[in-house]
Design a protein around this ligand. Structure first.
Ligand SMILES: C[S@@+](CC[C@H](N)C(=O)[O-])C[C@H]1O[C@@H](n2cnc3c(N)ncnc32)[C@H](O)[C@@H]1O
Ligand SMILES: [Zn+2]
Length: 291
């Protein structure tokens, strides 16, 4: 609670219980409902879109649960443990007169909270917050880890967090808002960004006519953050996945290609794949420090 701010006026929030509903409220009376499923709706205005649909979220839960992207979780967990020294984990931000409190780990565009949970396991004494615009994703994220909470917000509109509140910010295959990420990060904090590398799912891109990753993607990401962040380290993580056709369909259903590929044509192309098929997962992990 101490890290959250009213998305309308920026003031702190307190929990209120009216007997029939629970909500968070600011001193000005702006009120935000806690959903029965455990997340709080901190959307300031209209949602830009509804984010991942229930079908896409189910697909993601199944695929992540099978362990196919565990190398991403492991890379994030390792980077988090390395970058979060004991002071970042529990200490107050530099220059703060506030006492020690658990460091905050935020995942912007957290989806189901799968990677956030792995990171929280790797960095004890921290608390986590999953932010996403998709209600079906947040229902999962609210239960992802005992030390994690979940809130609905739009990354483009701003994060419902105090200035310099966040010790570690995660961003995995999700939209980035450089100035806003910079505002919420502690001066001694870090931003970890995962983007697809140019050979990500290479075996499927041609055969299934998926959206191709821009080969300059990670440079563009670093460029778009350059005003607010310095890239201190970049690593590539590649892993062959052996997928059944059903899992290929799941994987396609998770990504942006789900919106652009014709369903019947896609199903026919998946049927023509070898069973199982080896598919390369390949991502870049960028480690940034605020300027
Ligand atoms: C490809 S998924 C990645 C989810 C998660 N990071 C993972 O790797 O499992 C992208 C996520 O970003 C969310 N998203 C898209 N636009 C958003 C926005 N403007 N604000 C917040 N979340 C957004 C989607 O709802 C979705 O959960
Ligand atoms: Zn307010």
């Amino acid at each position: 609670m101490r890290f959250l701010r009213c998305p309308l006026c920026g003031r702190p929030l307190t929990a209120v219980d009216t007997g029939t509903a629970r909500a968070l409220r600011c001193p000005r009376g702006h009120s935000f409902d806690l959903a029965r499923q455990g997340y709080v709706n901190l959307l300031a205005g209209r949602a830009p879109h509804t984010g991942d649909s229930p079908e896409m979220v189910d697909a993601r839960v199944e695929f992540l649960g099978a362990g196919h992207y565990d190398m991403i979780s492991a890379a994030l967990a390792e980077a988090a443990a390395t970058t979060m020294g004991s002071t970042t984990r529990t200490g107050a931000p530099t220059g703060s007169t506030d006492g020690a409190y658990p460091g905050l780990v935020v995942d912007a565009g957290a989806g189901t909270g799968w990677h956030l949970a792995a990171v929280l396991d790797a960095v004890p004494d921290t608390v986590g917050l999953a932010l996403d615009v998709s209600k079906p994703a947040l229902r999962r994220a609210a239960r992802a880890h005992p030390r994690a909470a979940a809130a609905l917000c739009d990354t483009w509109a701003g994060l419902p967090l105090a200035d310099a509140s966040t010790a570690l910010l995660l961003n995995v295959f999700a939209p980035r808002n450089g100035p806003e990420f910079r505002r919420v990060l502690r001066p001694d904090g870090a931003l970890l960004v995962v983007t697809p590398a140019n050979d990500h799912l290479a075996e499927l891109v041609d055969r299934l006519d998926l959206l191709r990753v821009d080969p300059t993607k990670s440079d563009r990401v670093a460029g778009s953050l350059a005003g607010e962040f310095d890239l201190v380290h970049r690593s590539r993580h590649t892993h062959p996945m052996r997928l059944h056709r059903r899992e290929v369909a799941t994987l396609v259903g998770m990504g942006p290609s789900a919106w652009h590929v014709d369903g019947a044509r896609l199903a026919a192309r998946i049927e023509a794949l070898p069973e199982p098929v080896t598919v390369t997962a390949s991502v870049e992990l960028g480690h940034y420090r605020p300027r």
